[in-house]
Ligand binder design. Structure first.
Ligand SMILES: Cc1ncc(COP(=O)(O)O)c(C=O)c1O
Length: 402
């Protein structure tokens, strides 16, 4: 089929690299290859039982129809309760909106606000979809280069420098995918001080990994610390990661009523509403028993600790320990320019990723996908056995490079 039929909008973006990496693993496994998958971007746990029950009950009691565009009243109430309980934030029912995943909310929020020439500020390493969703909506992503010595965190100075009269949004993601950085109160207050000076900028606070913080790290919402910014901040969160519900496609946004209404207007012309069954399940997730979430967090912490232990002795690879999410964003600069056993020189992280997959059956995602090289992202959302075997393969691969 000729690309002549395609829109410039679609031609101007790439398929999501993390989804593509995972799809390649499925393809190779179908061909019989033994692949250890470190690309996983979702919990490997099943959705907790009480959430499944709520979905089943909804299905059997006739909750199988269209709902209000922004979500059922029960769901919007549950989202408000969750925000009050976990984040200490008070939102009204007209200040929250449910969508088919956090990504769907991000897309609709940007589509509802961006015009040609607007700028969306994103810093590296960024979640793969932010720049392309901005591009899809006629805006220009303004990329602030990240700095590992700073724990991959956006500094107030870099933020200040990137803001122009055309800036429409700044996207902040804590806990961060892929770096695992979790901003502390001092860091958030410093960013808030900059943002306060620029009232024309909207703030997107992507908190989808909120539940996964380790050690002494704590997740705090920016607007809890800077309530004056609440009127122009959209919190993005959802059931996907924290409640092991990626396939249910249920996310939400919380922000000023004018923005929520605009997102709702757009949703009424795109998806109508999220699945009624998923909405009922999400009510149980957000206001039901939270114990399974704590249990999953503990398991992730254990896996993270083990992965870091296994990565530490590997020559050629270094890392900043992640305080949150479920990834290690490993620095592979010492491996650049090395030669493989078949004589190829590894020039960049994408070539390293291809080599690890082809020669060692280990799937990872390149730092290039997150706008920061040379790095590779290693997911620890898998069993300890998978983590052991993946790290063994990685060690062997690094040892063989000359
Ligand atoms: C940082 C970040 N934000 C948002 C999302 C979207 O999550 P979902 O659409 O599954 O709710 C993801 C998913 O990988 C993510 O990593």
């Amino acid at each position: 089929m000729s690309t002549a039929f395609l829109s410039n909008r679609v031609l101007g973006i790439e398929p999501s690299p993390s989804i593509a990496a995972n799809a390649l693993v499925t393809e190779l496994r179908a061909l019989g290859r033994d692949i250890v998958n470190f690309t996983v971007g979702e919990p490997d746990f099943d959705t907790p039982e009480h959430i499944l029950h709520a979905a089943s009950a909804a299905m059997h009691s006739g909750d199988t129809h269209y709902t209000a565009t922004t979500g059922t009243l029960a769901l919007r109430k549950a989202i408000c309760q969750k925000l009050e309980r976990d984040n200490g934030l008070t939102y009204g029912l007209d200040e929250v909106v449910a969508g088919c995943g956090g990504k769907h909310i991000i897309y609709h929020a940007l589509a509802a606000t961006l015009n040609l020439g607007d700028e969306v500020i994103v810093h590296t390493p960024y979640w793969v979809s932010y720049p392309d969703i901005a591009r899809l909506n006629d805006a220009t992503p303004v990329i602030i280069p990240g700095d590992e010595t700073n724990g991959f965190k956006l500094s107030p100075e870099a933020l200040e420098k990137s803001i122009t009269p055309r800036s429409k949004w700044v996207i902040l993601n804590t806990p961060n995918n892929p770096s695992g950085a979790v901003y502390n109160e001092t860091e958030l207050l410093a960013l808030a001080a900059v943002l306060r000076k620029h009232p024309h900028v909207l703030i997107m606070a992507d908190e989808i990994y909120e539940q996964f913080v380790y050690g002494d790290a704590l997740h705090v919402s920016l607007t809890r610390l800077a309530p004056d910014l609440k009127a122009r901040t959209l919190i993005v969160n959802g059931a996907s990661k924290g409640y092991a519900m990626t396939g249910w496609r249920l996310g939400f946004g919380a922000g000023p009523a004018w923005l929520i209404a605009a997102i709702g207007k757009l949703l009424s012309q795109t998806t109508t509403c999220p699945s009624s069954i998923s909405q009922a399940a999400a009510v149980a997730a957000f206001v039901g028993d939270q114990a399974p979430i704590a249990g999953m967090r503990e398991i992730y912490q254990h896996r993270r600790d083990r992965m870091l232990e296994l990565l530490t002795p590997i020559t050629g690879l270094s890392f900043t320990p992640p305080d949150g999410a479920f990834y290690v964003f490993a620095n592979v600069s010492a491996l650049m320019g090395k030669t493989t056993q078949s004589g190829d020189v590894i020039q960049n992280d994408s070539e390293l990723v291809a080599h690890l997959l082809k020669e060692h059956g280990l799937a990872t995602v390149s730092g290039a996908a997150y706008g920061m090289s040379p790095y590779i992202r290693l997911s620890f959302a898998s069993s300890l056995d998978v983590i052991e075997e993946g790290c063994r393969r990685l060690k062997e691969a690094c040892q063989q490079l000359r």
